[in-house]
Write a protein that binds this ligand. Structure first.
Ligand code: SF4
Length: 63
């Protein structure tokens, strides 16, 4: 199984960048914070480049 990205939700500012870039991996939860719902929705490289590296508050990391 691929590595799993996790969002430190206390830090998430709900900008939506990770969700816009990878809607097959991330979504907003009921509190309007990003969450990973399918770690297999994109390659590890895509998750690194299009979510982890672009999050403005660096709150996405590998589990
Ligand atoms: S890019 Fe970061 S701050 Fe923006 S919604 Fe995703 S996890 Fe939250």
């Amino acid at each position: 199984m691929a590595r799993e990205p996790i969002v430190e939700q206390d830090l998430c500012i709900s900008c939506g960048l990770c969700i816009d870039n990878l809607p097959s991996v991330f979504r907003f939860d009921d509190n309007n914070k990003a969450e990973c719902y399918d770690p297999d929705g994109a390659s590890e490289e895509e998750i690194q480049d299009e979510a982890i590296d672009i999050c403005p508050v660096s709150c996405i990391s590998w589990k």
